[in-house]
Design a protein around this ligand. Structure first.
Ligand code: COA
Length: 146
């Protein structure tokens, strides 16, 4: 696991499409994220290709950190990589003295919800209907970091 670098961009685009086949980021969005806050993108790299990544950022007052993407390539799932990525994101957020981590997940995404819950996140208890677009409901999950 390491921070992203500019030459990773094509691979990042590829792995994002593998992880989120229904809603991949367009190239220009990943480019913009890298330019604006590349220090908040972690990648899983075996030296040949990327197998997952996490993208997070802190909002302007620095109190809240949003995990915008966290994903592991399908063939590498179930081996602890998602947990390692998330723990590293939380370590970065704590280092930045962020008070609360937040993320959104699909209400039916049991793997993600269980992973986040296992590290202390809890959901608001309500499903935000049409949160991303009509028909794209999400649950907001939060963890107080102290
Ligand atoms: C969610 C995701 C990142 C988990 O990655 P992973 O590497 O498979 O997860 P890990 O192997 O580290 O598992 C960590 C914990 O997650 C939970 N988990 C993982 N897969 C699960 C599944 N299929 N069902 C239920 N819980 C699951 C378990 O609590 C697991 O802990 P355990 O192994 O001690 O039981 C991965 O499934 C993924 O990339 N999904 C698509 C993208 C996504 O939905 N991202 C989250 C929203 S942005």
């Amino acid at each position: 696991m390491r921070g992203v670098t500019e030459p990773d961009l094509p691979e990042l685009l590829r792995v994002d499409r593998e992880v989120f086949p229904d809603d991949p980021y367009p190239y220009f969005v990943l480019r913009a994220h890298m330019e604006v806050h590349g220090d908040s993108i972690l990648v899983l790299d075996d030296g040949q290709r990327l197998h997952g990544y996490a993208l997070f950022l802190t909002v302007s007052d620095g109190c809240i950190g949003w995990i915008l993407s966290l994903g592991v390539a399908p063939e590498r799932r179930g081996a602890g990589l998602g947990r390692r990525l998330l723990l590293e994101v939380l370590r970065h957020l704590r280092e930045r003295r962020v008070h609360e981590a937040r993320t959104t997940v699909e209400p039916t995404n049991a793997a993600a919800i269980t992973l986040y819950q296992s590290l202390g996140f809890s959901s608001e208890g309500t499903v935000r209907r049409d949160y991303l677009e009509p028909g794209q409901d999400r649950v907001i999950m939060k963890l107080v970091l102290g």
